[in-house]
Design a protein around this ligand. Sequence first.
Ligand SMILES: *[C@@H]1O[C@H](CO)[C@@H](O)[C@H](O)[C@H]1NC(C)=O
Ligand SMILES: *[C@@H]1O[C@H](CO)[C@@H](O)[C@H](O)[C@H]1NC(C)=O
Ligand SMILES: *[C@@H]1O[C@H](CO)[C@@H](O)[C@H](O)[C@H]1NC(C)=O
Length: 359
Amino acid sequence: MAAVKAMSFAPLFLLSLLLAAHNVVVSEARKGVGIYVLRRGDLTLQFTNYGATMLSVILPDKDGNLSDVILGYDTFAGYKNDTTYFGALVGRVANRIGKAQFTLNGVRYKLPANDGNNTLHGGLVGFSDVIWDVQSYNTESHVTFTYKSFDGEQGFPGDLWVSVKYMLIGRNKLGVKMESKPLNKPTPVNLALHTYWNLRGHNSGDILSHKIQLFASKITPVNDKLIPTGEIKDIRGTPFDFLQSRPIGSQINELPNGYDINYILDKTSNAHLKRVAVVKESVSGRKLELWSNQPGVQFYTSNMLKNEKGKGGAIYKKYAGLCLETQGFPDSVNHPNFPSQIVNPGETYKHIMLYRFTA
Ligand SMILES: *[C@@H]1O[C@H](CO)[C@@H](O)[C@H](O)[C@H]1NC(C)=O
Ligand SMILES: *[C@@H]1O[C@H](CO)[C@@H](O)[C@H](O)[C@H]1NC(C)=O
Ligand SMILES: *[C@@H]1O[C@H](CO)[C@@H](O)[C@H](O)[C@H]1NC(C)=O
């Protein structure tokens, strides 16, 4: 199994890394799994077509020092065996589906239960665990992965074409464009990018002192198995309220087990893309801003991480990273009052994310 090279911060090492990455592409060509690098100035990102996964994001801090700011593994074996979904593109339906089933047009669909009695992130072998095709790649601009999901895959109806384009925009922005087209049957589609961020560096401890602002005044509350009750709840003045920027850890102890909840994004303007979040880390000075066209964002503080062996010998503990998974609402297929995720043949699902990185 080819190793995904551990990131190092010295420029010379970066060069050897790029060459190594190229070798990996060649040596893994048989199986079709490779590493794809996007680079502009001192911004470097790595992806693999295994799960359309984001492997690393290297950013300068306020002094120009480079660090990899997302959690991940050193080897493909790590990604194949994981239960963390580090950096992966999850689907066909991200998040949970209660009781691993739903009914569409009078037909009951049974799905694999991989999270207690529920389905999580597309089932046992979701889009995060399949090899995608590389449709287009230019290290200076973009990489596009595509996947054709088959009728009945993980229990879902109909053949489905899926694509994700990761693209550099301007000097310091990453655009992510996910698209999907049902080819013959209506089907639910809800894709999400499951990146774990730690702006001080992936191996720098917890994210509790990161400050976050979330442009959302409501959540979809869940039961003890993290399945939505169907309610929509105003969270102003509660520990879930991040309308004003504050440290993630400032009220986290008032919750049973960290943040793992869908926020309903406020409509702050008529722009096509809504503001989702601003995250700041004061030691490095790094800041991440996120916009999206999606109705919700799952805010997850990696509550389930427990001594996970990661890149370069890192051991990721609880709260080592934070996820901002823009998406539709969890378990929408079983909640008629939530925005529908059903896409019909002839329609196209479109999910846009735009990140801006500054320091
Ligand atoms: C696979 O994952 C399990 C638990 O998630 C872990 O105990 C085991 O060491 C992993 N195996 C490999 C080869 O990484
Ligand atoms: C799954 O459902 C069964 C039947 O309702 C129940 O007895 C069991 O405790 C559930 N399992 C989990 C892990 O929730
Ligand atoms: C950047 O690296 C230099 C040299 O190691 C160090 O003195 C400085 O504190 C670093 N900057 C930050 C923001 O960590």
